[in-house]
Design a binder for this molecule. Structure first.
Ligand SMILES: NC(=O)c1ccc[n+]([C@@H]2O[C@H](COP(=O)([O-])OP(=O)(O)OC[C@H]3O[C@@H](n4cnc5c(N)ncnc54)[C@H](OP(=O)(O)O)[C@@H]3O)[C@@H](O)[C@H]2O)c1
Length: 338
């Protein structure tokens, strides 16, 4: 397949997850790729996969750095254009998910989230636009179905994605007369490394994804390839009459309703394991375990994680973050605070 023959595609966040999957998806389509992330070793691993998939080594450029750094963003775009002579497609994919309640004191997690998920995307786009105008290229932003669905525990994340969607729509109107299209792919929960930001290890992330997947109309988690195919469609001439569009790739997840009951027994202290198997709802759990009373009992499913091997006393534990309706996490209260 060579539907991107000669095109230059810059994919941010391509050292892992959806961005890495997208890079591999483009690898045998005749495109030249500019890949970037902070982790050089992971980026090299993605290059190897692209080469295995058919990309010539001379057709892939890697630039390592932090997208929240203005100097790095300039370097990334300049290097891409200096190396390949043009830029046809910008995929604004890099992002993270920072836990926290919007009502928590302090603005640190808010700024961390906005700096990467929104400001970096907007700033990088501004640098790319002059080059995209020359070739009548296009932009694909990677948003989320959480731009429509409010989830507590990652409220700032939801806000960045909602703002990114409006960025997509307004920019699409601005650039349409110039022949540059701007669209968005809005994934649901997919296999990637993003849940590590919530302190989940791979096994926990798998459990989390499976629990969400059970409520999806299409009952499985998303794969990077699902998202990559949508990005490739929007980046291609097949979508030449589509701009300002948000393409949701979530197996219908934004309409999901249902009840999942799941525990991570391996992570529970023994004392909690006793009787847990019989607990059926968050409501019942909240009545059996005082610290959780603070959380709403209307939610229908959840997951918990606590340090293994610790005997929990009610006063020692409090909610750390919540991702309703899917999961919440607790942490041990620092004894100096009590
Ligand atoms: N996975 C999902 O369920 C899901 C659902 C909806 C939307 N999304 C969106 O999909 C996009 C990709 O996420 P993912 O799930 O693939 O996550 P991921 O596996 O954690 O990958 C994130 C990518 O972003 C890069 N990145 C993170 N912080 C960066 C920084 N400060 N500077 C430069 N690069 C940075 C990472 O590279 P390094 O680690 O090398 O820096 C990595 O390549 C995000 O915008 C996310 O919001 C994901």
């Amino acid at each position: 397949m060579d539907d991107f023959k000669g095109k230059v595609i810059l994919i941010t966040g391509s050292s892992a997850g959806l961005g890495a999957g997208t890079a591999v998806h483009f690898a045998d389509r005749g495109a030249r790729l500019s890949l970037t992330g902070r982790d050089e070793a992971k980026l090299k691993g993605v290059v190897s996969k692209c080469v295995q998939a058919g990309l010539k080594e001379s057709d892939v450029l890697t630039t390592v750095g932090d997208l929240t750094d203005e100097t790095f963003r300039n370097q990334l775009v300049t290097r891409t254009v200096d190396t390949f002579g043009q830029l046809d497609v910008l995929v604004n994919n890099a992002g993270s998910m920072v836990p926290g309640q919007l009502s928590d004191p302090g603005m640190d997690s808010y700024h961390t989230q906005f700096d990467l998920n929104l400001t970096a995307q907007v700033a990088l786009t501004k640098l790319a636009v002059p080059h995209l105008l020359k070739v009548k290229g296009n932009i694909v932003n990677v948003s989320s179905n959480l731009s429509f669905v409010p989830w507590t525990g990652c409220g700032a994340y939801c806000m960045t994605k909602a703002a990114l969607d409006m960025f997509t729509k307004v920019l699409a109107l601005e650039l349409a007369p110039e022949g540059v299209r701007v669209n968005s792919v809005n994934p649901g929960a997919c296999h990637s490394e993003i849940f590590r930001g919530f302190g989940m290890d791979n096994q926990q992330a798998e459990v989390f994804l499976e629990s969400i997947a059970k409520t999806n109309p299409v009952p499985r988690p998303g794969e990077p390839e699902d998202v990559a195919r949508a990005i490739a469609f929007l980046a291609s001439d097949k979508s030449s009459f589509i701009t300002g569009e948000l393409l949701v790739v979530d197996g219908g997840g934004r309409y999901a309703k249902g009840e999942i009951k799941y525990f991570w027994p391996g992570k529970f202290p023994d004392i909690l394991l006793e009787g847990l198997e019989n607990l059926k709802t968050l409501h019942e759990l909240s009545h059996s375990w005082p610290p959780i009373k603070a959380l709403s009992s209307q939610e229908s499913f959840w997951s918990l994680t606590v340090d293994p091997g610790t005997r929990p006393e009610a006063r020692d534990w409090r909610p750390r973050s919540a991702m309703y309706p899917a999961a919440f996490f607790i942490e041990k209260v620092d004894s100096s605070e009590t």
